[in-house]
Design a binder for this molecule. Structure first.
Ligand SMILES: Cc1cc2nc3c(=O)[nH]c(=O)nc-3n(C[C@H](O)[C@H](O)[C@H](O)COP(=O)(O)OP(=O)(O)OC[C@H]3O[C@@H](n4cnc5c(N)ncnc54)[C@H](O)[C@@H]3O)c2cc1C
Length: 395
């Protein structure tokens, strides 16, 4: 089948690889002039590990990514608030967790896409999708080009997806009341003691540091803010960050200092309301265009990868009926991603509470939580739908 994919991010490239491996002919259309390098890093949890393994990417991911052993929660003074053993999660789910810079993940995907002979066409911004007389979708680009593939996949992200507009008639992202500053810190020496995820919880504020190596750490700071104050002005972001987080314990201030000022970004964090319908005619949504949970889910990129894994299978299983395949895909993917979206909203509500008493109770509960139960619940939730495909629990 000829497949046109709008958007060359994590979803678009991984879907292209999965479908090419099953004998389809995908082509990717990306609005940027080259690969997108925006963003800091992502944690690829074991459910993503399964997909990366099947796509044949795991060794290359392991070569540039980190293997975090633990996630530790702390308060701004450095007092422990519990955490989880990531090695246990990996064992339960049968695949490794990796931390990786976004540019490195994109580079691995692009390398494999090139090896598979899949063309990525840059400088193509989709501006509209309409139906021809036969009811087949036509995607039109800002440079005048148009495509009419057998299957058109919308992988054009969360903030203004043309495909989502076509399928659902709306694509308004929802501001969820907090901003993220993101960056990548690198040092001549170690910035942190070990390869771990350290999550500092304040009152209406958070600082999460994720090590790829002890001397390479991507991070996201966050603060509850009304939308009117969420846009980036001419402010000196580093000074603002040091003012807010400079006195926090551990490596926080060191990490901010080790981040080049020009690489800092401030993001008003939006998610998308879960959609019950992901396809119209021969157009299908994947990745953030279909389901964009808050970063507090830790699962956006992982779910984009899961889309790739499921879509290949759904197309195989439905045989000649594209409609049946797209409906089956939505039936499998929509409930899991909707649940993650709601969980991420609930978690964000607790994280960005501004009442000190609410935060004190939240911290107490975090400290009292059973870490093994927590890991088992994570493994059960994130493994959902992948069991039949080879999740290999190791006890
Ligand atoms: C601060 C932050 C931290 C995060 N941390 C994690 C994490 O730890 N783990 C995790 O799993 N996820 C994480 N995520 C989520 C993750 O980054 C996204 O879910 C993931 O990038 C989705 O991939 P995508 O390809 O669907 O969308 P995108 O990465 O947004 O890619 C969309 C692509 O489409 C292109 N495009 C857009 N519009 C058009 C158009 N009209 N025509 C042509 N091309 C177009 C864009 O240029 C882009 O290349 C985080 C997100 C944020 C904001």
């Amino acid at each position: 089948m000829d497949i046109g994919i709008v958007g060359g991010g994590i979803a678009g490239l991984s879907v292209a690889l999965a479908l090419s491996q099953r004998g389809h002919r995908p082509r990717v259309y990306e609005r940027g002039a080259g690969p997108t390098t925006m963003g800091a890093g992502v944690t690829l949890w074991p459910n993503a590990g399964l997909v990366l393994d099947e796509l044949g990417l795991l060794p290359d991911i392991a070569a540039v990514g980190g293997r975090p052993m633990a996630m530790r929660r702390l308060d701004p003074a450095g007092n422990a608030l519990g955490g989880i053993d990531i090695t246990l999660l990996d064992r339960l789910m049968g695949y490794p967790t990796h931390t990786i810079l976004r540019r490195d993940l994109l580079a691995v995907l692009l390398d494999h896409v090139a090896q598979a002979g899949i063309e990525v066409v840059y400088g193509h911004r989709a501006v509209a999708i309409d139906l021809d007389d036969a009811g087949r979708a036509v995607a039109r680009f800002d440079n005048g080009a148009a495509i009419r593939p057998d299957l058109l996949i919308g992988a054009d992200g969360r903030m203004g997806s043309v495909a989502r507009q076509f399928v659902a008639g709306e694509n308004a992202p929802v501001y969820q009341g907090f901003v993220n500053w993101i960056g990548v810190a690198s040092g001549a020496g170690a910035l942190v003691d070990d390869v771990a995820i350290q999550d500092y919880w304040g009152i209406g504020e958070r600082f999460g540091c994720v090590a790829v190596r002890p001397d390479l750490v991507y991070w996201a700071a966050a603060e509850a803010r009304p939308l009117s104050a969420a846009q980036q002005g001419d402010t000196d972001l580093r000074a603002e960050l040091l003012d807010r987080f400079g006195s926090w314990a551990g490596p926080v201030s060191r990490i901010i200092q080790a981040t080049p000022a020009q690489a800092l970004r401030l993001i008003a964090v939006h998610d998308l309301e879960p959609l019950p319908v992901w396809s119209r005619a021969n157009v299908l949504l994947v990745g953030d265009a279909a389901h964009a949970p808050l970063p507090t889910s830790g699962q956006g990129a992982c779910q984009a990868l899961e889309d790739a894994w499921h879509l290949g299978r759904c197309l195989d299983e439905a045989g000649a009926s594209l409609e049946a395949a797209l409906q089956r895909f939505t039936r499998i993917r929509a409930p899991k991603t909707a649940q993650l979206t709601q969980q991420a909203r609930g978690f964000a509500q607790g994280l960005f509470a501004t009442d000190p008493e609410v935060c004190r109770i939240r911290n107490q509960q975090a400290l009292a939580a059973d870490p093994v139960q927590h890991v088992r619940a994570m493994a059960a939730g994130w493994g959902q739908g992948l069991e039949a495909g080879g999740a290999r629990p190791q006890g």
